[in-house]
Design a protein around this ligand. Structure first.
Ligand SMILES: [Fe+2]
Length: 126
């Protein structure tokens, strides 16, 4: 799964961060597909999670500065996703293999759907 021009939110910095998120998700998925061990997956997941937190904070700061009317709703979607991915990771980490397939499916769906359906909302405001 790769970034496509249709994912552009019209702000170069956020497009670049979204591209980086695609790269991190792909790297994580590839490591899992290659059968890399839990230690390697944990490192990749931690850097993905860290980047997600940084990216969300930057989007939220820009939305707040612009008095974007969808600010609260957008922030709660960010918070829900962060909770969802960390709880799926924990399930996997506690030997629930299903947690990993749900985590991968969630990351895949989320990145595309969140950009197209949620981030696009701020396109004309920021
Ligand atoms: Fe967002």
């Amino acid at each position: 799964m790769d970034w496509e021009p249709e994912f552009s939110v019209g702000i170069d910095a956020f497009d670049a961060e979204h591209m980086k998120l695609f790269d991190l998700v792909n790297e994580f998925k590839q490591a899992h597909a290659d059968g890399k061990g839990a230690a390697k997956l944990e490192i990749l997941f931690a850097s993905l999670e860290k980047y997600v937190v940084k990216h969300f904070a930057e989007e939220e700061a820009a939305m707040k500065a612009a008095n974007y009317p969808g600010f609260d709703d957008h922030c709660s979607k960010h918070e829900a996703l962060q909770k969802q991915i960390s709880s799926l990771w924990e399930r996997y980490d506690k030997d629930d293999a299903q947690g990993m397939s749900e985590l991968i499916a969630t990351l895949d769906n989320w990145l595309k759907a969140h950009i197209l359906e949620v981030d696009m909302g701020y396109k004309d405001y920021l």
